[in-house]
Every structure is written in C-alpha cells, then in structure tokens.
Design a protein around this ligand. Structure first.
Ligand SMILES: [Zn+2]
Length: 409
C-alpha cells in the first residue's frame, strides 16, 4: 500500500528533483535497450542481470561527469525498477506488459530506497532526498503510517505538482461487529446503490468547472502543436483533471470507510473493470465494403466509460483493502458475486425479464407485481447471491439472522 502526500520543494530543490527524474529515465531506457538486445541464441560473453547493469552504471558514472553529478542511489533505483518490471512481466504476462521506454511526456518520477522522514508538527514533515536536502511534505495521514515506511517514489504530475508516495504496511482498520449485511449495485446514474435503499453519487466537476474544461479543450484544438500557448492550455486542463481526481478519490475513501465500519458482510458484483473500459467492437457495414456502422462508441462515451470503470475498480479495491485489515473478531467479509441479470431479476419471486425494468429507476415485476427502486432491487439480488455463497454454518451468524429477520418484516 502506498500513501501519496504533496511535496513542496523550493525552486532549487525542484531543479534537483527534475535532474533525478531525467537521470532515472535515462538509466531506465538505456538499461531496457541493453536488455532488449540480449537474445538467448546470440553468443553473448555474459548474461545481463540487475547486478551486471549496476556494475556498468558505476563505469558509466566514471565516464560521464554529467551522470556522476546526479545521485547514484536514484540511478540504481531506476535499474531496480527495470528489473522489477521484467520480473513482473515474466511471472504474470497476462497482467503485466513488457517494460516500455519512458517518455519525457509521461508522468516523471524516481525511487528512493533508504527513506528518512522527520516530523515537524501535526501537519508537516520532512523527507531527505539525495542532492536536494530535506523537502517539506504535507501530512494528511497519521504519522504512524508514514514513520514506519522504508521506501518511496517521488513523482511530478502533468499539472506540475510534486508528490511523494510512501510505501507502507496498511494501518489496521478499527471497527466492531454491527450484525449488518449489505449488497452493493454499481451504476452510472448512481455510483452505487445499496440493498438498504441508499444511493450515492461520486462528485464530478461543477457546472463552472465543466464549462471551463470544455472551453480549454476547444482552445487546445485550435492551437499549434508544440507552441508555448498550447503547453499552457494543456497544463490548465491537467490541473482541472487533478482537481477532479482528488475530489473523487477523497469521496471514495470516505464512502468505503463508512461502508466497512457499518457492515459485517459486503456483497459486490465481480466486475472485470478492464473489459468495461475497453472500446466497443467495430461493426463493419455489410452494404459498404470497408465502411463501418456506428457502434455507440463515440470518443466521449468511451472516455466516460473509462472513468467510471476506474472509479468503480478503485471503490471495490478500497473496500477489500480495508476489510482485510479489520480486527479478527470484528471482521468485515467481502463476497464477490456473478453480476448477470441482477438488474432484471425480481428480488421477491426471482422472475427474470427485461420488461421488469420499467425505466432507469423503476422496477415493476411482471410476474408478481413487486415494485421497487431498480437499483435497490439489484442490490438485494447481489446480497442474496452472496448469502447463497456462504458456507452453511456461516449463515447462522448474527448478521445473517438479522438479515433474514429484516427480509421477513
Ligand atoms: Zn416478482
């Protein structure tokens, strides 16, 4: 787990951080190029490993004064980063991609391995960074979380803000058993709806911010690529994106904390958010060879779907993370269930039909006449499926008894 905190370097310190970023990128890319050239069937005199690359880095630092000016710890960190990227890819090629060259236009950053942090007061602390000295950062988490950390990554966002992401063990999550269970349905209109009838929506940009965003996008499209003005517009757009992301992350943290505190069991749909974010498949036009029919995947729709998928993925992940660190005797259990037909199945009589869904919000069963909010009905189906997945002895818990008592009432 990592805790991301805003870093406030002075202009001189920022220059040193930028130097570290460019050195880390350079060393990573050279190391990657070297590894790509290695091939098992070529007759190499030696094998390329993290250790051999470290030795060559030492030689390179002797040969190039500009490289020697930077920090060897940061440069070695970049090689370790590369090594880990390869190890990840070797162990799980389905999940990790082959390492790629780092570009100057992506988010910049570097790793520090021996982390030294020092607390100033309740809100501020210092982190020691080679060649830059002690840099102030904002403490938005309990000091105990930060103090125990061993390594960190310093990053520069596209909107020009520095952050330090501190890798640490997750702090234990305190709660006591409540005897309550909940099923959560995800959606686009309501970000989530519970089986108890609670609906919540993730914050977005305000009307003013959205207008500003659209105006900036229009301006960007008219500007000459590579011009200084265009860069300014890009920076402004990225600031708005950061603002939105921070606002949404904050909301996700608060919403997931209260869900985990309140419930002994949380049922979620097992969703493949990677597939959700994928583009709609192209539809060739049968009457016009080489042409395509509209597939409902306008640029905007695609982008929005990506954002929802990312938010939902994070939401589910934070619930699992927090639940995993709840105390053993007051554990919150998370169960993932098959999401098929949860939105069109009647929770009372289990009748499945598309017609049950009278509108986005209204569920009216054509089998038994049961009427409910469509999302609440789906939330209840999700909870029921989780309950069916529990081992038989697990169903006799207090939480389960309360759940069935509530259902009877
Ligand atoms: Zn029904």
């Amino acid at each position: 787990m990592s805790i991301r905190q805003r870093l406030y370097p002075s202009p001189e310190q920022a220059a040193a951080l930028e130097m570290h970023c460019s050195h880390a990128r350079f060393v990573f890319n050279v190391g990657l190029e070297q590894r790509k050239m290695w091939h098992p069937f070529k007759r190499h005199t030696f094998k390329i490993t993290a250790a051999s690359q470290m030795r060559e880095l030492t030689e390179a630092r002797e040969a190039f004064p500009w490289l020697a000016e930077g920090s060897s710890a940061v440069q070695q960190g970049a090689l370790r980063d590369l090594d880990r990227a390869y190890r990840n890819w070797w162990s799980k090629p389905s999940k990790f991609r082959h390492p790629t060259f780092r570009s100057k236009n992506e988010r910049q950053g570097f790793i520090i391995r021996t982390l030294k942090v020092q607390r100033l007061n309740r809100k501020w602390a210092l982190v020691s960074i080679p060649k830059a000295g002690k840099i102030k950062f904002r403490l938005s988490r309990p000091w105990a979380d930060v103090a125990a950390a061993k390594s960190a990554r310093v990053t520069l966002s596209k909107s020009g803000q520095w952050h330090v992401s501190i890798t640490t063990h997750p702090a234990p999550f305190n709660r006591t058993t409540t005897g309550k269970m909940v099923g959560i349905d995800r959606g686009i209109k309501q970000t989530f709806s519970t089986s108890d009838g609670v609906h919540a929506r993730i914050p977005t940009l305000t009307k003013t911010e959205r207008d500003k965003f659209l105006a900036l996008e229009r301006r960007l499209s008219r500007q000459v690529p590579g011009s200084a003005r265009r860069e300014v517009t890009k920076l402004k757009l990225n600031r708005l994106r950061d603002k939105l992301r921070n606002r949404q992350n904050d909301w996700i943290e608060k919403a997931t904390t209260s869900l985990v505190i309140d419930h002994d069991l949380i049922a979620l749909e097992a969703l493949n958010t990677v597939n959700m974010a994928r583009r709609a498949p192209a539809r060739p036009d049968p009457d016009n060879a080489g042409g395509f029919l509209p597939n409902g995947a306008g640029a905007k729709a695609h982008r929005n779907r990506g954002i929802y998928a990312a938010c939902w993925g994070k939401f589910a992940r934070r619930i699992s993370d927090k639940a995993a660190t709840t105390p053993e005797h007051h554990r919150t259990q998370v169960i993932l269930v098959n999401p098929s037909y949860t939105s069109i199945t009647c929770n009372e009589c289990k009748h499945i039909s598309k017609e049950n869904r009278e509108s986005q919000a209204v569920f009216h069963c054509k089998g038994c006449g049961h009427k409910a909010h469509a999302d609440t009905n789906a939330g209840r189906n999700i909870l029921d499926r989780a309950h069916d997945k529990l081992p038989l002895d697990g169903r006799s818990t207090d939480a389960s008894a309360t759940h069935w008592a509530q259902r009877q009432a």
